[in-house]
Design a protein around this ligand. Structure first.
Ligand code: ADP
Length: 255
């Protein structure tokens, strides 16, 4: 213990972020400031077209910002390195698939973490950890209800199954920040509860979670805070508590 560690660096800091499509496109992300703490989840809500997904893609290094900065645990990283620290679980096909089986996909996610965290001990680490690697994969298959699907090609899965696979991979990949874009779309109640339980686990493990969602109940069950994204930036932000729930409900009640 020490005084130094008392000075907490937020997991994610965004300052003056701008992004557009095409050189002359309008600013879809327009001077956005945002920060998020390890061990907590923030619900990011807002109308369709507000720029949430573009913002999320910038965080994960998948869309080039034209101005501003993004710090992960206090570090400004180039977009390629940021992609390893910020996991983006996308709604549709955005989640990149790298393997031809569900199980292989999880193994690759775990290996990505190993390579990043122990770049100098490739062989030694690989030798000693095979057993624990399999155990971690088995545990993830079980938690996400993917055991029966382990040999399936990821592209043959339903949207909801793929959603679960993406979040399982993000969890194993060890990213400090996880951005989940509509993680409950296409999920039934049991699977929604699985994802909520996983978000709790990730928070306990000190990860920082940003959930883009239109699902009020899910946000209340998983997130400590809500941030309203409007016209390319955060327009309003507050803790999600029983007393603020009515205001939060308004923000979810767009359509
Ligand atoms: P949200 O996730 O809040 O619905 P998006 O980030 O998906 O918002 O979209 C923000 C704006 O950017 C919208 O006006 C959308 O039409 C535009 N946009 C999104 N993707 C592209 C693209 N690939 N090319 C051009 N414009 C895009």
């Amino acid at each position: 213990g020490s005084g130094d560690s008392a000075r907490r660096v937020p997991a994610l800091v965004v300052r003056g972020l701008e992004a557009r499509y095409g050189r002359r496109g309008r600013l879809v992300v327009d001077g956005c400031d945002f920060d998020a703490e390890a061990g907590r989840a923030v619900a990011l809500v807002g109308r369709n077209g507000a720029g949430k997904t573009t913002f999320a893609r910038c965080l994960a290094g998948l869309h080039a910002e034209t101005a501003g900065e993004i710090l992960i645990e206090g570090e400004a990283l180039d977009p390629r390195k940021r992609a390893g620290r910020v996991f983006l679980g996308m709604q549709e096909s955005g989640y990149q698939l790298f393997s031809d089986t569900v199980e292989g996909e999880l193994r690759l996610a775990l290996q990505a973490r190993r390579v990043r965290e122990a770049p100098d001990t490739k062989e030694g680490a690989a030798e000693g950890s095979l057993e624990s690697e399999s155990a971690l994969i088995e545990a993830a298959l079980e938690r996400f209800g993917l055991e029966e699907l382990r040999g399936r090609h990821p592209l043959s899965l339903s949207g909801g199954q793929r959603q679960r696979l993406a979040i399982a991979a993000g969890s194993l990949q060890g990213s400090r920040v996880l951005v989940l874009d509509e993680p409950t779309s296409g999920l039934d109640l049991a699977n929604m509860e699985r994802i909520a339980a996983e978000i709790d686990r990730l928070k306990e493990a000190g990860r920082c979670i940003v959930v883009i969602t239109h699902d009020f109940e899910f946000a209340c069950a998983t997130c400590e805070e809500i941030a309203h994204f409007e016209n390319g930036r955060i327009a309003e932000r507050f803790d999600l508590t029983p007393s603020t729930a009515p205001r939060a409900r308004v923000l979810f009640g767009f359509d």
